[in-house]
Structure formats: structure tokens, C-alpha cells
Design a protein around this ligand. Structure first.
Ligand SMILES: NCc1[nH]cc(CCC(=O)O)c1CC(=O)O
Length: 329
């Protein structure tokens, strides 16, 4: 059970639920360090867990599971009181959390960009015709196929270390992964080129971490509040609203990226067919002062995508043969 909160305003113990991949554990440790700094007296523990998504990595994940597969076990630990919070890559968190859970804090975003990794070539543009690029993200696949139709895209599964091993084994000429993951794992030197948002628009939430708790744990929420970074939270709220409005899941090649310039939040989004054949895109700007206003920005950009034919693309996508697109990190 959760230790009953008393009137003390510092925690005695905080247990962080985490998946067991190297990236997930790094992220949990990062949050643990930040909490320890805030609460030097507290005992902070990481509870490593294997999720269903991790267990069936070697097999093809059905369309049914999706992002939820990687967060559910962590939510059971929260609900049981075995852990007070769970750390997630926000990109992997479904738009709507199950009843009884909430995101208590969003941490300041790290590098949101995609990274080009190759032992052989310095950029996508330098790859000879017919080169095989590894990625299991439909968004990245659509980008490569639209911009570099002479390249081949092949699925690339597994956590970051596995993906790098497959690259080094010669299965791919290059791979595209999130810069943030490589930077966190001290693999920055593997990045040959970062892809600017104008070239590869990031996925909603990429590079940001979210702390999930039981919705009724107001005391835990208050303890986590100092870690909340509200400019990041507004940006990712706008991005996630695009995805939420379109009914986006990890099966959808949707990009949504919001960036602050002074008091202006600019949001760009696009939805593409993975073969690069069709694409709708939209932008919007606002000066949100509340999460609701940030979300409204996302909904208006989504509405523009719909006007341009997003539903037709979604329709075409859903009639494709399901492919494995999800990667565990
Ligand atoms: N899709 C899996 C995933 N989820 C979070 C990250 C990286 C870290 C982040 O975006 O915060 C990755 C790896 C990748 O996309 O290459």
C-alpha cells in the first residue's frame, strides 16, 4: 500500500516503476536523481519491471496491443501501491490514459529531433541508390520514401542497443532513431547527422518524459510538481492534441512538433502515407496561457489536417496489411 501521506511536506520513500531497458532505466535514474536533489532525506527506489510489450518483442505484436502494452504493467504497480510514479517516454504514452491515472508532471524536453546513424555514410543525402535504411516508424519511413525515393526502407526492431547492433552487423546502410535516446545512453558519437524538423518532423512528445501517478494521489503529485516544466507541457499538449483528435496511435505516420519562440508557440503537423505518396500538412500558432489553450491549438491544427484529407489517409492506412511498427526502448 501507499504509505499514508501525513502532513509532512517531504516524502520518506518514493518508488519509481520503470521498464528494464537501458533507456528506460536511464530515464528512471534521471528522475530519481532529480527527486533526490529535491528531497535529500528521502529514500528513492527504482522498481524494474518487464512489460508484456517487452516479453513479446521477439514475436510480431498484433495491432491490438500498441502503446498500451508497454505501460500497463507499470500502471498495475501504481494501482497496487508498489510504486508511487512511473516514468515514460511521452512519445510512448497513449493520448488517453486509463481512468484513475494521470500525468502529474512533464519534464523539460531533451533534443526532440531524429538522428541519422551510419558507420558508412554521413547523411541520408549521401546514401547511394538502393541503400537500405532501417526504421520501424511509419513516420520516418514516409519521410525517407517521400524525400529519397531511390532508397529502400526495411523494418528495424528492438531496443536501441539491438538496433545499433543490427546496423553494425551490416544489415542496413543506415538507421534513423531518436536523438534523445542516443544522447541519454551516452551514444552521442553514433549520431552522424541530426535531422532538423524541417527535414524530419518529430513525433508528438518525442524527447520529453512524463511522470504518471494514480489520479487520487494528490500528495505524490505535489511532491513531483517542482519537476514540471510548463513550457514543455504546453508544447507536448498541443502535439498530443493533434494525435488525440485524429485518433492517432503508434500505427499512424503522424508528425506533430511544437516549438516556442518567445511567447508564441508554433505547431506543425503532417500525416503521410508510408509510401510517401500522399501527405497533408498544417501549421498554427498561439500564445497559450493554459493547457486547455495549448490543446485547442492542437485541435485546430488537426481540424486543418482533416480539411485537407487526413481521414482519407487514415482510411487508406487502416486497409493496409498490419505491419509491426512498434519498438521498445
Ligand atoms: N519509439 C520508441 C522510443 N520511445 C522513446 C524513444 C526515444 C526517447 C524519446 O523520444 O524521448 C524511442 C526511440 C526512438 O524513437 O528511436
Amino acid at each position: 500500500m501507499h504509505s499514508k501521506s501525513t502532513s509532512c511536506d517531504t516524502p520518506k520513500t518514493l518508488v519509481i516503476a520503470s521498464r528494464q531497458s537501458r533507456l528506460a532505466l536511464w530515464q528512471a535514474q534521471h528522475v530519481s536523481d532529480a527527486l533526490q536533489k529535491l528531497y535529500p532525506e528521502a529514500q528513492i527506489e527504482i522498481l524494474g519491471m518487464t512489460t508484456r510489450g517487452d516479453q513479446i518483442l521477439d514475436r510480431t505484436l498484433s495491432k491490438v496491443g500498441g502503446k498500451g502494452l508497454f505501460v500497463k504493467e507499470l500502471e498495475y504497480a501504481l494501482a497496487d501501491g508498489r510504486a508511487h510514479l512511473a516514468v515514460h517516454s511521452l512519445k510512448d504514452v497513449p493520448m488517453a490514459l486509463p481512468a484513475g491515472f494521470k500525468l502529474a508532471a512533464i519534464l523539460e524536453r531533451a533534443d526532440p529531433r531524429d538522428a541519422f546513424v551510419s558507420p558508412y555514410y554521413e547523411s541520408l543525402a549521401a546514401l547511394p541508390a538502393g541503400s537500405v535504411v532501417g526504421t520501424s516508424s511509419l513516420r520516418r519511413e514516409a519521410m525517407v520514401r517521400a524525400r529519397y525515393p531511390h532508397l529502400k526502407v526495411q523494418p528495424l526492431r528492438g531496443n536501441l542497443d539491438t538496433r545499433l547492433q543490427k546496423l553494425d552487423a551490416g544489415e542496413y546502410a543506415a538507421i534513423i532513431v531518436a536523438a534523445a535516446g542516443l544522447i541519454r545512453l551516452d551514444l552521442t558519437e553514433r549520431i552522424r547527422a541530426v535531422l532538423e524538423p524541417t527535414e524530419s518532423l518529430p513525433a508528438a512528445g518525442q524527447g520529453a518524459l512524463g511522470l504518471e501517478i494514480c489520479a487520487d494521489q494528490a500528495q505524490v503529485e505535489a511532491w513531483l510538481a517542482p519537476l514540471h516544466h510548463s513550457r514543455t507541457a504546453f508544447a507536448v499538449e498541443a502535439e498530443r492534441a493533434v494525435s488525440g483528435t485524429l485518433g492517432g496511435s503508434c500505427e499512424v505516420p503522424l508528425a506533430a512538433f511544437a516549438q516556442w519562440d518567445g511567447e508564441i508557440l508554433s505547431l506543425a503537423a503532417h500525416l503521410a502515407m508510408p509510401d510517401g505518396s500522399q501527405r497533408v500538412s498544417a501549421q498554427g500558432q498561439a500564445s497559450p496561457a493554459t493547457m486547455a489553450q495549448a490543446s485547442a491549438l492542437g485541435r485546430s491544427v488537426a481540424a486543418e489536417l482533416v480539411k485537407q484529407g487526413a481521414h482519407e489517409i487514415m482510411q487508406a492506412l487502416s486497409s493496409r496489411t498490419p505491419v509491426e511498427v512498434y519498438d521498445a526502448n
